[in-house]
Design a binder for this molecule. Structure first.
Ligand SMILES: Cc1cc2nc3c(=O)[nH]c(=O)nc-3n(C[C@H](O)[C@H](O)[C@H](O)COP(=O)(O)OP(=O)(O)OC[C@H]3O[C@@H](n4cnc5c(N)ncnc54)[C@H](O)[C@@H]3O)c2cc1C
Length: 335
């Protein structure tokens, strides 16, 4: 039996203190991932610190022209927020491509960032797993690895981050606000929040042990005019991405002024390459240019036994996402 005690916090410093008091404590928000992990015997926190009463459910404008989203805003509330739908539709679409309406109604922004991988071996407590129990091995390397990483993996772990929302947040250049003990706060650029597995695959993010996510901040640019989220999965709904792409474009006619592209389902974190994006600036948006970009973004991709298809699929998903993002303006101009 997985025994734990339960405590409830009403203020951020109190939640952090309660969490710090026990080395294996875990915050619980919507519980849609954590409760599964408890049930499957994957994680064994001695204390659950319920953060649902913290005042972190607001979505508010920032002085910089962007949006600050509290960590406890639910995925549904965020996707259907009027400002998000109008100014950050890429984020709304990515959220609505994930999970189910029931799950999105309770799943929170903070929990979405910190949801664990969907690797079969990670969830099977009867098998070794370096992410679950460091040093025990990674059966996915030579096992069933159709859903696993093609980029940024290590010989310790080839798991992927499963979130849709995070792929959009990466493309949008979001910032993560966190609070730690002693009233300390800091921000992390989204690109630095999640980690590649390296030789510490049990650590998913750069959040410190005593830290709580308090908010996500979006910059002013939301790519509302030219964006697309394309998700390819085994079922039409209620399935995690095999490959997904979030694309935001700033165009001057058919010339690319700025392009952001993040991939999901391919690595331990949303995959983005600012160097490859820089090459796009000033180029005409045409198929050959996007093909070259995809090749650059996917350079170094490594196939395992079952997932070679992801490399070609990723190139096609990128092509489709750019095509849809560009078309959007033509559709709107025609209507
Ligand atoms: C059947 C199913 C299908 C799904 N399909 C998809 C999908 O297609 N796409 C997708 O993106 N997601 C999918 N999800 C995942 C879902 O989006 C996540 O479970 C959810 O976002 C987690 O949020 P939560 O609030 O429930 O987190 P919880 O389960 O409460 O917590 C998850 C983790 O985050 C930590 N945590 C939570 N909040 C904070 C905070 N503020 N600061 C620090 N740590 C925190 C917890 O300690 C825990 O480790 C699916 C889930 C299920 C069960």
């Amino acid at each position: 039996m997985n025994r734990f005690s339960y405590t409830r916090a009403t203020a951020v410093p109190q939640a952090i203190d309660q969490h710090r008091a026990n080395a294996t404590a875990a915050f619980i928000a919507g519980g849609t991932n954590l409760v599964d992990l408890l049930r499957e015997d994957v994680t064994h926190p001695a204390v659950l610190v319920d953060i649902n009463r913290l005042p972190l459910r607001r979505i508010e404008a920032t002085d910089a022209g962007g949006l600050k989203i509290g960590a406890l805003v639910t995925n549904s509330a965020l996707a259907y927020d009027d400002t998000v739908a109008a100014r950050y539709p890429l984020l709304a679409k990515a959220i609505l491509a994930g999970a189910s309406a029931q799950i999105r109604n309770v799943a929170t922004v903070g929990g979405n960032l910190l949801q664990r991988t969907r690797c079969h071996y990670f969830y099977d407590a009867g098998t070794p797993c370096n992410k679950r129990e460091p040093g025990t091995g990674c059966p996915a390397l030579a096992g069933v690895n159709r859903i696993h990483a093609i980029l940024g993996a290590s010989e310790q772990c080839i798991a992927v981050h499963p979130s849709d929302m995070c792929v959009a947040l990466a493309a949008l250049d979001a910032t993560v606000h966190v609070a730690g003990s002693g009233n300390g706060t800091r921000t992390l650029p989204f690109a630095d929040f999640h980690r590649l597995p390296g030789d510490t695959p049990h650590i998913d993010s750069n959040l410190r042990d005593d830290e709580l996510i308090t908010a996500i901040e979006l910059p002013e640019e939301g790519f509302a005019a030219h964006h697309a989220y394309v998700k390819v999965r085994d079922r039409a709904s209620y399935a995690f991405a095999l490959v997904s792409a979030a694309v935001g474009l700033e165009l001057d006619g058919d010339t690319i002024v700025n392009a952001h592209c993040a991939l999901g389902g391919v690595a331990h974190k949303p995959w983005r390459d600012p160097e490859a994006e820089a090459v796009l600036r000033g180029k005409r948006l045409e198929a050959a240019v996007v093909r070259d970009f995809a090749a650059m973004l996917l350079r170094g991709a490594q196939a395992r036994r079952d997932n070679a298809f992801k490399i070609e699929l990723a190139a096609r998903v990128i092509a489709r996402a750019f095509e849809l993002a560009a078309q959007r303006s033509f559709e709107e101009a025609a209507s």
